[in-house]
Design a protein around this ligand. Structure first.
Ligand SMILES: Cc1ncc(COP(=O)(O)O)c(C=O)c1O
Length: 395
């Protein structure tokens, strides 16, 4: 049986219609199919492949580590070179009071761990998050997610979770001495690339400090150069109490992390011991790949080149059918009039060789998040493709 048939017969499907791309090989910004097809991965596997597919530095690091050892022991028991060296690099580049890392398998697991330590450290149980937010699909992460539709049929959710409006200064008053943590994305990603208002994160930080609430920043999508800084919170000059990373963290292999200060992490060591454990979290192969990917971003000045690339999006993505483009760095949304039109554009782009995707929490937008290593020439070519596709459609 061919792979298409097996996929639709045996793989659990999460929507009635998946993209169903069969990919035989990926290199740079391109996917290659079994019948000679070639597509641009214009979303980097959703903000994972920030250094593109098949980056030699990442592949060599994986090969070297695979020859040394794979899994050794449950997280936190064995000393693994790739894990501790990557932790050192991350802490150095964060350049803040965050000095300790717990590596997980995924973003959702990082969210879960962060919510747990925030509750135990503060001795409080209320959690606050934003409408339109996305923090993962597991029970706790879904509870703090900001899309009620996604919770239908999966209740009950975690108790004592409140939602406030992202960017509402007024709503920050709902954070009180009862609140263990406020969890928020610096830029709402799945919500449709919504940027913070100037001063919003300073007000957030101030309110959290006033009430003794921990600020959890979810940079799972915005980290590793994606928005034109190593991490988005550095752009908005706000220091979290707990930082969540995943996606590009593993350089294409599964890896997440929640990062905080030593005194906060002490809660998982005792009463009870082993307060959060995971078999595969911080897998050495993922850490080796992630470190090579992050080093490439740092060493090759990839972040410094982003403003010119972002300018190309602004210059080129102008068309009567585009209502708005919004974003930061190379994380953008193109907004159209409605879902039907957006879906038509997505399909036509795919037909013409460009992979984009909609958003979970808004239905009239397409994501743009190419590998950060895309050249200016390649980016112009992709913009030509988008405009040509729209011209074919709008007559
Ligand atoms: C902001 C944000 N948080 C959390 C997650 C969940 O990460 P994962 O899919 O690795 O569980 C995602 C994934 O899209 C995300 O974008």
């Amino acid at each position: 049986m061919n792979h298409q048939t097996l996929f639709y017969q045996h793989i659990a499907q999460t929507s009635p219609e998946s993209i169903g791309l069969e990919i035989n090989r990926a290199e740079g910004i391109y996917f290659y199919g079994p019948n000679g097809q070639k597509w641009v991965d214009f979303i980097s596997g959703i903000c994972v492949m920030n250094v593109g597919h098949g980056a030699p530095e990442v592949m060599q690091a994986i090969e070297k580590q695979a020859k040394a050892y794979l899994h050794t022991m449950v997280y936190g028991e064995a000393i693994m070179g790739p894990q501790v060296e990557f932790a050192e690099l991350l802490i150095k580049e964060l350049n803040s009071r965050l000095d300790r890392i717990y590596f997980t398998n995924s973003g959702a697991e990082a969210t879960e761990g962060a919510l747990k330590i925030a509750k135990k450290y503060t001795g409080r149980s209320e959690l606050i998050s934003c409408f339109g937010a996305y923090h993962g699909s597991t029970h706790g992460a879904l509870s703090v997610g900001g899309n009620p539709k996604k919770k239908e049929g999966y209740g009950p959710m975690l108790p004592q979770v409140k939602h406030i409006r992202f960017n509402s200064f007024e709503d920050l008053q709902q954070i009180t001495e009862k609140t263990a943590a406020f969890i928020v994305e610096p830029i709402q990603g799945t919500g449709g690339i919504i940027l913070p208002e100037p001063g919003y994160f300073q007000a957030v930080r101030q309110r959290c400090d006033e009430t003794g609430t921990l600020l959890i920043l979810d940079e799972i999508q915005t980290g590793f150069g994606r928005v034109g800084a190593k991490f988005a919170h550095q752009l908005y000059e706000v220091e979290p109490d707990i930082l969540l990373l995943a996606k590009s963290l593993g350089g294409g292999l599964p890896l997440g992390a929640f990062i905080s200060r030593t005194e906060i992490f002490e809660v998982i060591q005792q009463n009870p011991v082993l307060g959060h454990i995971t078999t595969f979290g911080g897998n050495p192969l993922s850490c080796a790949a992630g470190m090579a990917s992050f080093r490439k971003i740092l060493d090759e000045g990839i972040i410094e080149q982003i403003p010119q690339k972002e300018a190309i999006l602004h210059q080129r993505l102008i068309h009567p059918s585009i209502n708005l483009i919004r974003g930061e760095g190379l994380l953008y949304a193109i907004l159209f009039k409605d879902f039907d039109f957006t879906e038509k554009v997505r399909r036509a782009l795919l037909q013409n060789g460009l992979v984009t995707l909609g958003f979970v929490n808004i239905d009239n937008g397409l994501r743009i998040a190419p590998p950060l290593t895309i050249t200016e020439e390649e980016l112009h070519h992709c913009c030509d493709l988008i405009i040509d596709t729209l011209n074919q459609m709008v007559i």
